[in-house]
Design a protein around this ligand. Structure first.
Ligand code: ZN
Ligand code: ZN
Length: 255
């Protein structure tokens, strides 16, 4: 599978793009950074977006996407998320106050998007990959994903504090190529990481002891302004003797 990293930071700012992973040019996990990284033609190739959770940094570009592709869109975009995430999108974003309800525009039955509720542990196919949501531990209901095709699989933690579920799935995954794990705050801000249910490098160091397989490990979700500190703390971590990498240094991965 081809993974384009459109954004993988924990916020937006100069040089920081929030979470948005594009698989095989067609399937997105989260919608934190779309238009600033894709042409309109590329954006129109996206058929499905799978959301990890309802936080703004993971969906902020979605309203603008519908604005930009309104005229040109032939098929509605499929939005997949937990009931909590779908309800949040409809109640708080596409509510005709913050932004138009594009699910019924230009007209009822011919909207810009449809919504689809996903459940942890079930597997969904789109764009040549299979996605299995994994329940994780964040301040709102959140899932990570196992993403796989015939060549291998990767596990993406989504936003989470320490949790067993992603490691259990990773340990059982076939041909595990990589794990992408939350590393949001410097170790000096462990208290904030705990409160916001994210991780520091010392959390990730402990978590990696649960991963029995040798694979690449990438850190994501650096908070704005902290990239250089966090890159230093990330690099000191090892898994099977290999350095943990910072996902923001990779534009494209073939897995
Ligand atoms: Zn986030
Ligand atoms: Zn979050």
């Amino acid at each position: 599978m081809k993974l384009r990293v459109l954004g993988c930071d924990g916020g937006r700012g100069l040089g920081y793009n929030s979470t948005c992973l594009l698989f095989n040019d067609q399937v997105l996990i989260d919608a934190g950074t779309i238009q600033s990284q894709l042409t309109l033609d590329e954006a129109l190739k996206i058929t499905d977006i799978f959301f990890t959770h309802s936080h703004l940094d993971h969906l902020v570009d979605l309203p603008f996407l519908f604005d930009a592709t309104f005229e040109a869109r032939k098929q509605p975009l499929r939005l997949h998320g937990s009931q909590h995430t779908i309800d949040a999108l409809m109640k708080h974003i596409f509510n005709d106050t913050i932004w138009p309800n594009f699910s019924v525009l230009p007209k009822e039955g011919k909207g810009q998007f449809t919504t689809h509720v996903i459940k942890a542990g079930e597997t969904y196919k789109a764009g040549g990959v299979e996605l299995t949501p994994i329940e994780v531990d964040h301040t709102v209901p959140t899932v990570g994903f196992k993403i796989e095709d015939e060549n291998g699989s990767i596990v993406f933690s989504g936003d989470t504090g320490p949790v067993d579920s992603i490691w259990e799935v990773a340990n059982e995954a076939e041909n595990l190529e990589a794990v992408i794990v939350d590393l949001s705050f410097p170790v000096s801000e462990q208290g904030i990481a705990n409160l916001s249910k994210h991780m520091t490098a010392s959390d990730v160091e402990k978590e990696l002891k649960k991963l029995e397989k040798d694979c690449d490990v990438y850190a994501f979700h650096y908070k704005v302004g902290m990239a250089s500190t966090l890159e230093g703390q990330t690099k000191r971590l090892k898994h099977f003797g290999k350095e943990i990498k910072s996902l923001r240094n990779y534009k494209e991965l073939i897995l």
